[in-house]
Design a protein around this ligand. Structure first.
Ligand code: G6P
Length: 616
C-alpha cells in the first residue's frame, strides 16, 4: 500500500523513478509524484490519478537530476487531489518526504505547528511529518547537511505515534537520501555507482538484485556509493545483503492482457512449487522443514489458530476444514484485525499461523506480534520471503509462487490452500492416518497441477458464461463444507474486480434470508462437485430454480445431474472433497476475470483497492 522509490547515482533519476512507480502501481494508484534534486534546488511534479498522468505532466514540464524520490499513493488521510499527492515539503520548501503508513498523532502535532506559524498545503498526515522534521532541522545550530538532517529526523520520529516507511531529501544535503521504517516496509537496492530505496524490491529489480531489507527503527543514509544504517533506538544496526530471488521478467505481464490472467494461468506451476520437495513418498507424508518443529512438538499441538486478511482469510477457512478433516486437530480462524484486539483465551499448546501473500499486511503482522507477546509459537505462511512476517515469525512455510502483482489475489490463494493440505497430511500422519491413507493423499496432491491445467483449457467456455451473466444485478455464491470458503472467495473475486455485488454463503443458509434476493436478474453460482453433500446442494439449487433464479454450477466432469439442473456448468475434474476448493476456485477466478473484462473494468487495479495493506 503506497509505493516508494528513491534513486541516487550516475543516471538521470526521472526515468528510473517512473519505471519503479509503474512497477509499484499495484500498491496504490490514487496519485503519484516525484521530487528531483539538482543544482541545490528540489523540483516537484505530482498529479492525482494514474502514473500516466504524472508522466504526461513531466513531458509537458520536464525535470532532471541524479537524486530523487517518488511515490504512488493509496489515500488514507486526505482526499485524492494533486495537493495531497506525495512528495510533501516542510515549511522551508527545502526538505521533501514520501511516506507509506499512518501518523496517528498528526492532528495534535499539526495544531502545535500551526500555532507556531506553519502553513499546510494538504490534508495529509505526511505533510505534518515533513514539517516536524523541517522544524527540528531549522532549530539545530549545527552546520547544514547530512548529519543535521539525520539528527532532526531522529528527534521528529521520537515524537510521532504510528507507522512509517519514509524517504526524504534536503536541498542542504544533496549527496544523500535518508530513509526510515517502522511498521511499513523499506528496502535498499545496491548498485554500482548508484543506489536505490523502495518499498518493494519489484520496483528496482530491473537495476539490481542486491538488497538490504530494513528493520523497524532503522534509519538509512544512502549515497551513490555508500550507505549507513543506524537504529533509532541507538547505535549501529546490523544488516544483511540478500539476493532477490526473482528477475524483472518475473514481474512483467508477458503476453497476457493482465497480470491477473497471467497469475491465474501460472497456477499449475505455482501449486507444484508449493509442494516441491515437501512430499515424502517413503514416509507417506509431507515434510515442512521451515516450521522448525520436531514430530514430538507437532504431536503436542492441540489447537491451531489460522489468521490473515482478505483472500488469505478465505484460505485459512479452507485450512480449518482441511486440517480438521485430515488431522482431527481443532482449528479456529480469526480475521487478523479481530485477533489482534480480541484477547482470545489461548491455551499454551496453541499454534498460530499468520497467512499473508505479501508478508506485510499490517493487521496480520500485528496478530503475529500479539501471538508472540502471549508466548505462543507463531508461524508464517508467506510468499514474499524477505517480508516482515517471514522474518518475525518463529518459522513457517514459503509459498514460492513468484511475485503476485494483480491486486485480486489468485495464485496465492491456491498456494495457501495447497499448504493447508500439506499441513493436514503432515499432522494427520503424526496422529492417526495410515501409510495407505497418506499415500492416497500424496497421489491426489500430485495430480492437482494437471487437473488445474485441464480447467484452464476451458477458458473460452468460462468466458462465454461470464459474458452471458455480466449484466447481473447481483450474484450469490453458494457452497457447502470445504466449498463454503471457496464460495466466499468466488464472491470476493467477483465484487472486487467487476463491482457486481456478490455474497458468499453456505448453500443451506439460502432459506434463512438470502433467498429473498433471488430474481431472474440475480444468478446463483453453486459450487456443487460430486461430493458427500452433492444431493443437498442439488436440493438448494432446486429451491433457487423454483424462484426463477439462474444457476451457474461448478460441477464434476461427467456429472449428468448437475448438467440437467443448472443453466450453465463450469467443469472441474473429479477430486477428493478436501482438495475441491483448490479446483473450484480456478473457474471462479476466470468467471470474475472475464466478467470484469467484459464490463470494461480495470482488472489489475480495481477501484479503491491496493495490494499489501500496510495500514490497519
Ligand atoms: C489486500 C488485497 C487482497 C489480499 C489482502 C491480504 O486486501 O487486495 O487481495 O488478500 O490484502 O493480503 P496478504 O498480502 O496479507 O495476503
Amino acid at each position: 500500500m503506497c509505493g516508494i522509490v528513491g534513486y541516487i547515482g550516475k543516471h538521470d533519476a526521472v526515468p528510473v523513478l517512473l519505471d519503479g512507480l509503474r512497477r509499484l502501481e499495484y500498491r496504490g494508484y490514487d496519485s503519484a509524484g516525484v521530487a528531483i534534486l539538482a543544482d541545490g534546488k528540489i523540483s516537484v511534479r505530482k498529479k492525482s490519478g494514474r502514473i500516466a498522468n504524472l508522466t504526461d505532466l513531466i513531458a509537458q514540464s520536464p525535470v532532471a537530476g541524479h537524486v530523487g524520490i517518488a511515490h504512488t499513493r493509496w489515500a488514507t488521510h486526505g482526499g485524492v487531489t494533486d495537493a495531497n499527492a506525495h512528495p510533501h515539503s516542510d515549511q522551508s520548501g527545502r526538505l521533501f518526504l514520501c511516506h507509506n503508513g499512518v501518523i496517528e498523532n498528526y492532528a495534535t502535532i499539526k495544531e502545535q505547528l500551526i500555532s507556531e506559524g506553519h502553513t499546510f498545503k494538504s490534508q495529509t498526515d505526511t505533510e505534518v511529518l515533513a514539517h516536524l522534521i523541517g522544524k527540528e532541522y531549522d532549530a539545530l545550530a549545527s552546520a547544514p547537511g547530512t548529519a543535521r538532517l539525520v539528527k532532526s529526523l531522529r528527534s521528529a520520529l521520537t515524537q510521532v505515534v504510528g507507522t512509517y516507511g519514509i524517504i526524504l531529501m534536503h536541498a542542504d544535503a544533496p549527496g544523500v537520501i535518508v530513509g526510515a521504517r517502522r511498521g511499513s516496509p523499506l528496502v535498499l537496492g545496491l548498485g554500482s555507482g548508484e543506489n536505490f530505496f523502495a518499498s518493494d524490491v519489484s520496483a528496482i529489480v530491473a537495476h539490481t538484485r542486491e538488497a538490504v531489507y530494513l528493520k523497524d527503527f532503522d534509519i538509512a543514509v544512502l549515497g551513490a556509493n555508500d550507505f549507513e544504517i543506524t537504529s533509532l533506538l541507538g547505535g549501529a544496526s546490523g544488516y544483511e545483503v540478500s539476493k532477490v530471488e526473482f528477475s524483472a521478467d518475473d514481474v512483467s505481464k508477458g503476453s497476457y492482457a493482465h497480470y491477473m490472467l497471467k497469475e491465474i494461468h501460472e497456477q499449475p506451476e505455482t501449486i507444484r512449487d508449493a509442494m516441491r520437495g515437501r512430499l515424502v513418498r517413503e514416509e507417506a507424508t509431507a515434510k515442512l522443514g521451515g516450521l522448525g518443529m520436531t514430530p514430538q512438538q507437532l504431536r503436542e499441538v492441540d489447537r491451531i489458530i489460522l489468521t490473515g486478511c482478505g483472500t488469505a482469510s478465505h484460505a485459512a477457512m479452507c485450512g480449518e476444514y482441511i486440517i480438521e478433516a485430515l488431522a482431527h486437530v481443532p482449528v479456529e480462524v480469526e480475521f487478523a484485525s479481530e485477533f489482534r484486539y480480541r484477547n482470545l483465551p489461548l491455551p499454551k499448546d496453541t499454534l498460530v499461523f499468520c497467512i499473508s501473500q505479501s508478508g506485510e499486511t499490517a493487521d496480520t503482522l500485528a496478530a503475529l506480534r500479539e501471538g508472540k507477546r502471549k508466548g505462543l509459537r507463531v508461524l508464517g505462511i508467506c510468499n514474499n520471503v524477505a517480508s516482515t512476517i517471514a522474518r518475525e515469525s518463529d518459522g513457517g512455510v514459503y509459498m514460492h509462487a513468484g511475485p503476485e502483482i494483480g491486486v485480486a489475489a489468485t495464485k496465492s490463494f491456491t498456494s495457501q490452500v495447497t499448504i493447508m493440505a500439506l499441513l493436514g497430511l503432515m499432522l494427520g500422519r503424526i496422529r492417526h492416518l495410515s501409510t495407505t491413507e497418506g499415500l492416497r493423499i500424496l497421489d491426489e496432491l500430485e495430480a492437482l497441477p494437471g487437473k488445474v491445467a485441464r480447467i484452464l483449457a476451458q477458458s473460452d467456455h468460462i468466458r462465454a458464461v461470464a459474458e452471458k451473466y455480466a449484466h447481473a444485478k447481483a450474484m450469490m455464491f453458494l457452497g457447502r463444507q470445504f466449498n463454503y470458503p471457496a464460495a466466499l472467495e468466488g464472491a470476493l473475486k467477483m465484487k472486487e474486480i467487476s463491482y457486481i455485488h456478490a455474497s458468499g454463503y453456505p448453500s443451506a443458509e439460502l432459506k434463512h434470508g438470502v433467498i429473498a434476493l433471488i430474481t431472474p436478474e440475480v444468478p446463483s453460482v453453486f459450487i456443487a462437485p460430486e461430493d458427500s453433500v452433492f444431493e443437498k446442494n442439488v436440493s438448494n439449487i432446486e429451491e433457487v430454480k423454483a424462484r426463477k433464479g439462474p444457476i451457474i454450477a461448478v460441477g464434476t466432469e461427467g456429472c449428468d445431474r448437475i448438467a440437467k439442473v443448472a443453466d450453465d456448468v463450469l467443469w472441474i475434474p473429479e477430486c477428493p472433497d478436501y482438495l475441491s476448493p483448490i479446483l473450484a476456485s480456478i473457474p471462479l477466478q476466470l468467471l470474475a476475470y472475464y466478467t470484469a473484462v467484459h464490463l470494461g473494468c480495470d482488472v489489475d487495479k480495481p477501484r479503491n483497492l491496493a495490494k499489501s495493506v500496510t495500514v490497519e
